[in-house]
Design a protein. Sequence first.
Length: 169
Amino acid sequence: MKVRYATTGDVRAIADLGRRIHAETRFAAYDYSLIRVTESLRNIIDFGQNEKGTHCVLIAEDDAGEVAGLLIGMISKPLFSDQSVAGVLVYYVFKDKRMRGAGFKLLWSFRKWAEKCSAFEICVNIHNGAQIQRTDRFLTRLGFRHTGGNYSLQGKSERPYGVPAPYDD
């Protein structure tokens, strides 16, 4: 299992894999816009990762070169401090690739990136609804402390009349 930084050449493949991630989490209730995902990934890689150094897109690949998992992280400063905090935006290992080291290697690589960015703290928020207890045990074993929870409430908004679902692939 190896971890590498994504390139813009990986964008379409990651976006396609994103559909699998989307379907396996609580976010399956949301529309999936391939165009939005592709544009966002391109911006994160081009500007956040390569130009400004505020983001990283890490891909774990198995020995056959297949993508096993993905971690997208960022570094920012909270409103109340000049110290930087590294946070995870997306962290996912595919079901058929779990328990093979991909999750650990992604987090380890993210930690190294965060330390290089002088992060005061590294935060991992799990809000996708997948494997919550198992993820909690995993992160706790790696030294993370449970510092709160994520909560969601269904909104009342609906797609405006006449606007089609963004199935744009």
